[in-house]
Structure formats: C-alpha cells, structure tokens
Design a binder for this molecule. Structure first.
Ligand SMILES: Cc1cc2nc3c(=O)[nH]c(=O)nc-3n(C[C@H](O)[C@H](O)[C@H](O)COP(=O)(O)OP(=O)(O)OC[C@H]3O[C@@H](n4cnc5c(N)ncnc54)[C@H](O)[C@@H]3O)c2cc1C
Length: 381
C-alpha cells in the first residue's frame, strides 16, 4: 500500500485481500492440480463488483478508476495469478467492446461479461503469428450480408469454459492501399456454427486459466458483429493491449508481493544449524531485493494507471512498468523457491505454483523483447 492511496482504494485493497485469502487460497492448489477454471470464484468476483470496476455503470460496471482496478488484480494475483488472469483477460474484451462497440453491442455483449453471466476472450494470436500480430492468416469475407470467417487461433485465455461468451477475433478483411493486410475485429458469440475447439492446452503456468486452440470453418457472422470500423482491428487491439500491459504488470506485482510475504513468514519459522533462516544474511538480502523491487514496480504501475485515469499518454510508462514488474516477479518467484528449499519445489506450496505463472507474464501482452523494442523505438524517434 502507498500513503497516497485514497480511503476508497484502501478499502478495495482490504476487501480484495480478505476475499482472496478466504475464497481463493483454500482452493488454489486443487485448481492448479486439476487445471480447473474457477467457476465459483468467477461468480463471486463478479458479484462483488471487482470485475467491472473501471467500466461504465450504464452497462453494469463500477465507474471506478484504473488505479483501483490495478489494486484488485494485484491482490487477486498475490494469492493466485491464474485466477487473476481470467479477470484480466475478460477486461481486455470489455475494453474493446466498451471503447469501440455500438450501444447494442455493449448491451448484448459487455453487460454479461461485467455481471459474470459470461466471460470474454480475445483471440488475436495464431499458430504462426504472435509478436508479429499483423501476420495473422484468419480471413473474413463479406458475402450475402454476412462475414464468413476461416482460420484458427491459439493460446486463447478464457476460451472453452461453460461461461465463455463473446470471443473478439481479429481477421484479415482485405488489402490496404499500401499493400498491407486490412485487419478487422469481430465479436464471435460462443456456439456460432463453424466455430470449434481443438486441444485444451496444458501449461506450466496459469493452469487454472482455460486456454484452447480455436478453429473457424465457414463460420458465418451477421454484419453487425464487426467491431468498430472495418480495417481498424489491429489499431483497436494494440491500443487496448497498452492498458493490458499495466494489468499484466499488476499480476506481476501480486507475484512479487506474494513471494515476499510467503518468504518472510517462512524464514521466521524454519530452522537450520540451530537458528531460524531469518538470521542468515544471504536470505535477508533476498527479502530486501524483493521488497525493493515490489515497491518500485508498484510506483511504476500506479503511475501508469494514474496517467490513464487522467486521460494523459501512458504507453511508454505502461511498457516500462510491464517489463520491470514481470522480470522482477520472475526473479522473486525464483528466489522464493530458493528460500523455501525443497519444500519450494512441491506444488502444495504457493511459491512453487507462482513460478510458472511468473514466466507466463514475461511472454503475454508483448514479450520482454517486444517491450524493449517499443521503449527504445520511442526513445530514438
Ligand atoms: C498462457 C498464455 C495465454 C495467452 N492468452 C492469449 C489470449 O488470450 N489471446 C491472444 O490473442 N493471445 C494469447 N496468448 C499469446 C501471447 O500473446 C503470445 O504467446 C505472445 O504474444 C508471443 O507470441 P508467440 O508465442 O507467437 O512468440 P513469438 O512471437 O514467436 O516469439 C518467440 C520469441 O521471439 C522473440 N521475438 C519475436 N520477434 C522479435 C523481434 N522482432 N525482436 C526480438 N525478439 C523477437 C519473442 O520475444 C520471443 O522471445 C497467450 C499466451 C500464453 C502463453
């Protein structure tokens, strides 16, 4: 917590921490072990209003700030990053529909993913196009008043669950005058004929977050399922991912803080050579580094979120905060296991489960290499 937090933010912080400790911590290991989507938690997180916090009240959101939302994700991730990711990935879809959707689309698709009846998925990545998002091959062709989609997607969070609702997919819809592909976004309702699943993907992290391969074979969508302007798809998604970088950074901050809290408690209890581990300077220094990195990451993330709340440019700050927080979280997860010794390797220990989660964060929403490219490109522009 920071001294600059408002009373409201302090109470959100306390409420989410209570909720995460009481409702998520007891089931976290089972979710990890069985790779189960957390249906019950999703329902409760929505009921408590955490999911829709920064979205308009007119569509069932909370009308709150992005800074408050960062606090929510940080606290959820402190206990279980995979559970926090389901909330985070849903919010990417909510932002796309909120920012670019028509009032009818918002009523039909935004409201149910804010109140928890459904969960949203964004499907940009394909087997041959991740960092290079413009290289997607999925196509949508306009025919007889419909869009007919063919192609496939991979690694899509929140897909394949019993509550999966709108999937926002990116598809090539033509050629631009400069010869590059024109890419548009579409809202694909779950259950659309021609939309099928391939494998449920097995992961080393985010195991409780559902991710599947998606296939589209002559999948017909009504014309009105185009999201925003034709050809604006990549622009819409990249703009939304800038906010997503702050949110992934918040998940990383949760791992940093969780690693620190668990390690601090453990070194006070565990003994070696007749002393508690806390008396060894080699381990004290690991805690000092974690605390310093958590504090710095928090300042960077809160600053980026505040800039967004104030309507100021925040892209560079978001990339820097994402890069810093995720790499420091990976380091903290690694050191937390080291501090726990052999127990840290056992999956019943939360520090063990956080290790794979931290690795995912260095890859999604733009890898560390891509963040460095973005940051340096802006410096040199
Ligand atoms: C668990 C999980 C959940 C995900 N959820 C979603 C989701 O919900 N929706 C979605 O659309 N996607 C999702 N993704 C996909 C994710 O966004 C991509 O994995 C990510 O963008 C990287 O793309 P890639 O995997 O194709 O790697 P690649 O782009 O093939 O990159 C491989 C390596 O090359 C590096 N590299 C690439 N280009 C450059 C360059 N120009 N210079 C230097 N290095 C470079 C990368 O940094 C990386 O280290 C998810 C991924 C995972 C693992």
């Amino acid at each position: 917590m920071l001294s600059s937090m408002s009373e409201e933010q302090e109470s959100i912080h306390a409420a989410v921490r209570r909720f995460a400790e009481a409702e998520i911590a007891p089931v976290s290991e089972a979710l990890w072990e069985k790779e189960l989507f957390p249906y019950e938690i999703w329902r409760k997180v929505c009921e408590l209003g955490f999911t829709g916090l920064p979205y308009p009240e007119a569509y069932g959101g909370g009308g709150g700030s992005w800074l408050s939302y960062v606090i929510v994700l940080e606290e959820l991730s402190r206990v279980d990053c995979a559970v926090a990711n389901s909330v985070m990935a849903n919010s990417t879809v909510a932002s796309l529909i909120n920012n670019f959707g028509t009032p009818a689309q918002k009523e039909q698709y935004l409201r149910p993913i804010l109140d928890g009846r459904k969960i949203g998925a964004i499907a940009l990545t394909e087997p041959n196009a991740g960092s290079d998002a413009a290289a997607i091959q999925t196509r949508a062709v306009e025919a007889r008043g419909q869009w007919v989609v063919n192609g496939s997607k991979i690694f899509i969070s929140n897909s394949g669950t019993d509550v999966t609702g709108p999937v926002v997919i990116a598809a090539i819809t033509g050629k631009r005058p400069d010869g590059r592909n024109e890419i548009s976004n579409f809202i694909l309702p779950h259950g659309t004929p021609g939309f099928t699943y391939g494998r449920k993907l097995k992961k080393i992290g985010w195991r409780a977050s559902s991710a599947w391969e998606l296939f589209f074979a002559d999948c017909a969508l009504p014309r009105e399922n185009l999201l925003g302007e034709r050809g604006a798809g990549l622009r819409q998604t990249l703009a939304t991912i800038n906010t997503g970088r702050i949110l992934i950074g918040a998940l990383a901050l949760g791992i940093l803080q969780g690693s620190l809290d668990r390690s601090t408690a453990y070194v006070k209890e565990r003994k070696a050579f007749g002393k508690v581990l806390a008396s060894f300077q080699a381990l004290q220094f690991k805690l000092a580094d974690m605390a310093t990195h958590a504090h710095a990451a928090r300042l960077m993330l809160y600053h980026a979120a505040e800039l967004k709340d104030q309507g100021k440019p925040f892209d560079q700050e978001a990339s820097m905060a994402k890069l810093f927080a995720t790499e420091r979280a990976m380091e903290a997860a690694h050191q937390a296991i080291q501090i726990h010794g052999g127990y840290g390797i056992m999956s019943e220990y939360p520090v063990s489960r956080a290790f794979g989660d931290a690795k995912v964060l260095e890859i999604v929403e733009g890898t560390s290499e891509i963040q460095r490219m973005i940051i340096s490109r802006r410096l040199l522009a």
